[in-house]
Write a protein that binds this ligand. Structure first.
Ligand code: NAD
Length: 245
């Protein structure tokens, strides 16, 4: 039987890297994608190959539709058609609403939302043909709740949930499941901008489990949705240490 193929966008580091490693170790042939620091992606691929896993790297900006379709063609030629899409690539920046320029707003939507749209359309023909497949979108707790100074980011993460739930309804009769994970505060480069003092205070005073999440914990949730949750579609799995209960 053909090895299943997974594309994990934004997987050179952080949550995406943990997801790529988890899926590769679970038997998927994975494509590690990133926009920069290809060296990190290559190092992860080499580590996984040394463990006997199958991994390739493809640099592409997910907001660039042509580049996304070229990436999916490269994966098909190298590993085979994509069975599992994990749309994880994302960017974040805190700004007060009155300081948001249109270009900033546009870039967040181009990467966080349009990137997922391009990737989903690029992998869909094979999934429709097979009458099988799985897509998982990485949203955020800020896709379910409002956040001061995060209007642009939270709007994109709400949009991802809307995209994913509607797509789930449309694709369920075609045998394709679509779900979201919504991480809380996870210990990656993305949250370092908040500063250690704020992160410590969040863990101590706000998060009931009294700690930040680890990227591997989001990866476990993604693999559960991909491999175990066979009767689950259109759902948002909150992975936030009880931040919002
Ligand atoms: P990170 O900044 O550590 O890593 C981001 C990854 O995305 C990198 O590999 C980067 O190269 C890639 N990337 C960025 N822009 C890209 C683009 N245009 N095209 C292709 N790749 C691109 O981030 P992270 O903390 O690992 O976050 C991963 C995802 O999880 C994001 O969607 C983020 O919004 C979401 N998330 C993170 C947290 C958290 O606390 N860290 C919480 C909720 C949701």
């Amino acid at each position: 039987m053909r090895q299943k193929v997974a594309l994990v966008t934004g997987s050179s580091r952080g949550i995406g890297a943990a997801i790529a490693a988890e899926l590769a170790r679970a038997g998927y042939a994975v494509c590690i994608n990133c926009i920069e620091r290809v060296d990190l992606a290559e190092a992860l691929a080499a580590k996984l190959r040394a463990e006997g896993c199958t991994a390739m790297v493809h640099r592409a900006d997910v907001s660039d539709r042509e580049a996304v379709f070229a990436m999916v063609r490269h994966i098909e030629d190298t590993l085979g058609p994509v069975d599992l899409l994990v749309s994880n690539a994302g960017i974040a920046e805190q700004r007060q609403f009155q300081d948001i320029e249109p270009a900033f707003w546009q870039r967040l939507f181009d990467v966080n939302v349009n990137g997922g749209f391009h990737c989903a359309q690029a992998v869909l023909p094979h999934m429709l043909h097979e009458h099988a497949g799985c897509m998982i979108f990485v949203s955020s707790i800020w896709g379910r709740h409002g956040a001061s100074c995060e209007v642009a980011y939270a709007s994109t993460k709400h949009a991802i949930i809307g995209l994913s739930r509607s797509l789930a309804a449309e694709l369920a009769p075609s045998g394709i499941r679509v779900n979201c994970v919504a991480p809380g505060v996870i210990d990656t480069d993305m949250v370092q901008v908040l500063g250690q003092e704020t992160l410590d205070a969040l863990a101590r005073d706000v998060i009931p489990m009294e700690r930040l999440g680890r990227p591997e914990e989001i990866a476990h949730a993604v693999r559960f949705l991909a491999d175990e949750a066979s009767y689950t579609t259109g759902q948002v799995l909150m992975c936030d240490g009880g931040f919002f209960i």
